[in-house]
Design a protein around this ligand. Structure first.
Ligand code: NDP
Ligand code: 8X3
Length: 294
């Protein structure tokens, strides 16, 4: 009953604030966001998502935009990034598209440190950009593929986290959400370095959580199982048959499922953090067991 009453208030206030967002001054007032921290928070948040040109990243950005939050989106493909930015802008929120390769340490550092003042108040960093390349046994796998996976999934995540952290520490708040994988929980055949990169994401998430405790920074690692995105097209280098086969015979996760979970984790009360979360389609138990029909 009490909660219902609160949620009516919340919605009304949220609607008013979203209208007010059109007045430039609103965007610069940091404390108007917080109505009553002990009960709930009106969050006109800024969320930075890497790899927002497709799949999870795009779905996460659009979910936050629909809910009235401002988005910094990154990716390498400028045309796709612009399209996502246009979609986000339709939701009457602010959007900052940044063409950025997370493998490029200098570019990441320069781009993030030179953010305009109004974009520095980042609430959530979603380290999502990543990929698998190839599915071969260790002896046959391509070393260049290994380099790219490690440079993107591991080093890119580290560079982005390091670049954003000074803002989090200065603002005394922040939430890092790392996208791991079931591949970071169990190693499967021909998964070698992709699995290793996601085990690293898990280890880095644990390390960040421990070391950043004094700064009240939340760290969440979300580990999805198979989800239908461009992931397998990238992994199998454009072989559409091989990519499609990954998702036949069962209903895989969709990008929106991951977006909903990221949103849930990001909007919990300030004292609550989901540290580690594994999510799969109902047809999948872990890296090894998927119940396929037909
Ligand atoms: P997609 O291929 O659909 O999206 C990957 C995104 O990462 C794209 O936006 C791509 O943008 C971006 N990206 C890749 N390399 C770079 C780079 N060097 N710099 C910046 N951005 C980059 O795949 P998903 O959405 O499925 O994957 C997102 C994350 O989820 C990955 O980390 C993946 O490992 C993980 N994951 C995926 C699962 C799945 O089954 N789909 C399951 C578990 C985890 P662009 O090419 O424009 O740079
Ligand atoms: C993607 C899921 O099973 O292809 O991380 O490794 S899987």
């Amino acid at each position: 009953m009490f909660n219902d009453a609160l949620s009516v208030d919340y919605n009304t206030i949220h609607r008013l604030l979203r209208c007010a967002r059109n007045i430039d001054v609103y965007f610069h007032l940091p404390n108007i966001n917080t109505i009553d921290n002990s009960l709930f928070t009106i969050q006109n948040m800024i969320i930075l998502i890497t790899g927002a040109t497709s799949g999870f990243g795009k779905a996460i950005a659009l979910k936050f935009a629909r809910e009235g939050h401002n988005c910094i989106i990154t990716g390498r493909r400028e045309d796709k990034l612009k399209k996502v930015a246009d979609e986000i802008a339709k939701h009457n929120v602010q959007v900052l598209p940044l063409v950025l390769d997370v493998q490029d340490r200098k570019a990441v550092g320069n781009t993030i440190t030179s953010l305009e003042q109004r974009w520095q108040n980042i609430d959530v960093l979603v380290n999502n950009a990543g990929l698998a390349l190839g599915r071969d046994t260790f002896d046959k796998a391509d070393i260049d593929d290994w380099d790219t996976m490690i440079d993107t999934n591991v080093k890119g995540l580290l560079y982005m986290s390091k670049a954003v952290l000074p803002y989090f520490i200065k603002n005394k708040k922040g939430h890092i959400i790392n996208i791991g994988s079931t591949a970071g929980k169990e190693v499967y055949e021909k998964g070698n370095v992709y699995c290793a990169s996601k085990f690293a994401v898990n280890a880095i998430s644990q390390a960040q959580r421990i070391d950043l405790l004094p700064h009240r920074i939340k760290v969440t690692c979300i580990n999805p199982g198979a989800a239908e995105t461009e992931f397998s097209n990238v992994r199998f280098k454009g072989d559409e048959q091989k990519a499609a086969a990954v998702y036949t015979g069962y209903q895989p996760l969709q990008a929106n499922d991951i977006a909903d979970v990221v949103y849930y984790c990001s909007t919990l009360p300030p004292n609550v953090c989901i540290n580690d979360l594994v999510m799969t389609s109902i047809a999948q138990a872990n890296s090894f067991y998927t119940y396929k029909q037909g």
